[in-house]
Design a protein around this ligand. Structure first.
Ligand SMILES: NC(=O)c1ccc[n+]([C@@H]2O[C@H](COP(=O)([O-])OP(=O)(O)OC[C@H]3O[C@@H](n4cnc5c(N)ncnc54)[C@H](OP(=O)(O)O)[C@@H]3O)[C@@H](O)[C@H]2O)c1
Length: 312
């Protein structure tokens, strides 16, 4: 049984940021894997009355030791707080947990920090609205050890009322960014950020493999040369972003025709015995753009070969 049942179901549960802890809203965390456990611990440390539930109840023991209320039944966990944070493996698991509880969700604020697709988020948002709950979708751009630090960026989209009413609670987890009322925006931005990260990591492993063929140590090369170079290149991104927004790609410094004139990186990689397969796709796009008559453009114009414009 839950020792701290607060049967409030006021969806506009405002609270005073300067009030003492007895007036702070209570929070329920559903899902106590690596991430959910850290979220729950953070709420406890921040002084929120915290109820926890997990499919495998043993995982709640440590949190109960720290002061959380361990709910054996999911219904008790839901009844305990106006704010429900769910963080489980995937949306199927979230739906599996919440489906039998759908009559109990009216008036609740549900913040789903489970990783999923934009479509899953939209479907979940519509379902929650039909049940009378306010829904916020979230994307956690951090590992559990970063939670409760400013480096833990968490993206939110969905109900603005829910975000504004509970911003202080959510801010205890890291740096919050609200992206708009469409629940799909958080997972879309989450996946876009990760795709940027993997592009960078792909370049990193190729670069390190290349210098490694002549015995250069990865650590020395990375810290002394690669990171400062990439940081300098990163500073050119806002200008490229402006070109993408305006559609004017006129080259100022380095034309695509010049950059794609020779596949020197691919050829040298092959000679040195390194597979160029992380580099080849972007080079092929650059070449194609030149062949299409855009050799005088800057690199950013390559986006025209891959993007789909939103229908207006
Ligand atoms: N860990 C990270 O670094 C990180 C970073 C960003 C985002 N995320 C996202 O956060 C979410 C949770 O990640 P995690 O690292 O905490 O994963 P995890 O340690 O593998 O925990 C998974 C959680 O989901 C529960 N679960 C799985 N299938 C279930 C089902 N069918 N019914 C009920 N509960 C179920 C598990 O319950 P049991 O304990 O009973 O198995 C557990 O609580 C994921 O969507 C992940 O992508 C994680």
């Amino acid at each position: 049984m839950n020792a701290n049942l607060d049967r409030s179901s006021n969806v506009n549960h405002h609270y005073d940021a300067k009030a003492n802890s007895s007036t702070l809203p209570s929070v329920t965390v559903i899902g106590l894997g690596s991430m959910g456990s850290k979220l729950a611990r953070t709420f406890l440390h921040s002084g929120y009355v915290t109820t926890v539930w997990n499919r495998t109840p043993e995982k709640a023991a440590e949190l109960v030791g720290l002061g959380a209320s361990g709910a054996t039944e999911i219904a008790d966990a839901i009844a305990a707080s106006p704010l429900l944070i769910i963080c489980v493996l995937d949306y199927d698991a979230a739906r599996h947990i919440l489906e039998p509880m759908k009559e109990k969700l009216s008036g609740k604020v549900v913040v789903n920090l489970t990783t999923g697709t934009p479509e899953e988020a939209r479907t979940m948002g519509a379902w929650m609205r039909n049940l009378g709950a306010e829904y916020l979708d979230g994307g956690i751009m951090a590992v559990p050890s970063l939670i409760a630090t400013p480096h833990a960026v968490i993206l939110y989209s969905g109900s603005m009322t829910a975000y504004e009413n509970y911003k202080q609670v959510l801010d205890s987890l890291g740096t919050s960014h609200y992206l708009g009322s469409d629940p799909a925006l958080a997972p879309l931005n989450d996946l876009a950020l990760l795709s940027g990260m993997y592009g960078m990591f792909g370049g990193f492993i190729h670069a390190v493999a290349l210098v490694g063929t002549e015995g250069v140590k990865a650590v020395d090369f990375t810290t002394t040369l690669l990171m400062p170079f990439l940081q300098a290149m990163m500073s050119t991104m806002p200008e490229m972003a402006k070109q993408i927004d305006s559609g004017d790609y006129s080259a100022k410094d380095a034309s695509l025709a010049m950059q794609a004139a020779h596949d020197t990186i691919g050829e040298v990689s092959r000679v040195q015995g390194v597979s160029p397969e992380t580099f080849t796709p972007i080079f092929e796009l650059m070449k194609r753009r030149v062949e299409d008559g855009h050799g005088g453009d800057d690199f950013a114009s390559v986006i025209e070969l891959i993007r789909k414009r939103p229908s207006s």
